[in-house]
Design a protein around this ligand. Structure first.
Ligand code: DON
Length: 342
């Protein structure tokens, strides 16, 4: 065995035997509102972590910024703190661009071209000896995310960029635009991403010109959002792909659940297992300090607070998400012993 075997395809005819869902509801609105306030007060003075500075334009963000938003499947939002502050979406764009590509190619073809595994190494691999034959492991780490961008629909870089901007705008329910400052700053410093794109091209695992792909990827990461936008985007993934605020079908339910599967296994990079273990819902973080979490059928949660831990995840965001996931009942793995029906 020289590398990771492609996972087995496990066919299931959803049309012949419709899938049922396994989710319940969030608490009533007054309780959500009270909890959002409580968690904000609890963590607003937490001062661990450092604001990202490897993209120079990000270093200016105030470490005091902190915003939380929850959006339920009826489009109601519960928000507190710095909810109008705009910041670049960064890596949080990745699951949404993956959704676009799944919608374009079909989620099986997307899996074959990009991979959907978290580590990329077989169970008995000596990591330093065996490298991944497939080169890209999943759409949420930079190599796979850049390959995903290369598969966005369109024959030119402009068409791909338009498709990405439009689809992410549909997820957010408003027209998103790019931060020129972040784009210029990241473009001037992203040699590593350019290198990844060229390397992937050499392995035929990039599906468009490497320099143009890196440029579109950098634009995608520079899209400006608020914590409210991110909660609506997350709520769309929690709602079978229908934006609960605009009512628009942004992607189908089949794509939606595959995107969440990849977020669950890889959304917090090398700490994805810890995240799933402690919080129990698909999530995605970004270096601006945002974290989105999706509770299928229940709603979307977004936090924004720029100081990051050593792995690049927002310190206050992780604490607030953990607290809310417990109190709102978001953990997908939680159950209590049933009372016997007799
Ligand atoms: O490619 C980069 O480095 C950034 N545009 C995005 C990185 C990011 O958000 C990773 N976050 N944890």
């Amino acid at each position: 065995m020289t590398g990771l075997p492609m996972n087995q395809d496990l066919p299931f005819d959803e049309e012949a035997a419709p899938s049922r869902v396994s989710t319940g509801d969030l608490p009533e609105p007054p309780e959500i509102r009270a909890l959002v306030t409580e968690v904000y007060e609890r963590y607003r003075h937490e001062d661990g972590g450092a604001v990202a500075d490897y993209i120079p334009a990000l270093a200016d963000a105030s470490p005091d910024l902190f915003g939380i938003a929850v959006v339920n499947p009826w489009g109601q939002s519960f928000e507190i703190g710095d909810i109008d502050t705009r910041f670049s979406i960064q890596s949080v764009s990745k699951p949404f661009v993956f959704a676009l590509v799944c919608d374009t190619l079909g989620y099986e073809e997307a899996r074959v071209r990009l991979g959907v595994n978290s580590t990329g190494f077989p169970f008995n691999s000596l990591m330093a000896v065996e490298l991944n034959d497939q080169r890209t492991m999943n759409p949420l780490v930079n190599a796979g995310a850049i390959a995903t961008t290369s598969l966005a629909p369109g024959a030119t870089a402009d068409e791909k960029w338009d498709a990405i901007r439009q689809r992410l705008s549909a997820f957010a329910g408003r027209e998103l635009t790019m931060s020129d400052e972040v784009y210029a700053s990241e473009s001037a410093t992203n040699l590593r991403n350019q290198g990844i794109a060229h390397l992937l091209k050499s392995y035929e695992r990039l599906y468009f010109d490497p320099d143009e792909t890196t440029d579109v990827y950098t634009r995608q990461c520079s899209l400006e959002v608020t914590v409210h936008d991110l909660a609506v985007m997350a709520a769309t993934l929690a709602n079978g792909g229908v934006n609960p605020v605009t009512g628009e079908t942004v992607i189908g339910p089949g794509v939606c659940r595959r995107v969440l599967a990849v977020m669950a296994s890889a959304g917090l990079y090398e700490l994805s297992g810890d995240w799933l273990y402690q919080i129990g819902v698909p999530g995605k973080s970004g270096v601006s300090g945002a974290i989105v979490t999706v509770a299928p059928g229940k709603g979307g949660l977004a936090t924004y607070s720029p100081p990051l831990d050593a792995a690049g995840n927002s310190v206050r965001g992780q604490l607030a998400t953990k607290y809310l996931a417990e109190r709102l009942g978001l953990n997908l793995f939680a159950s209590v012993p049933a009372a016997h029906p007799s």
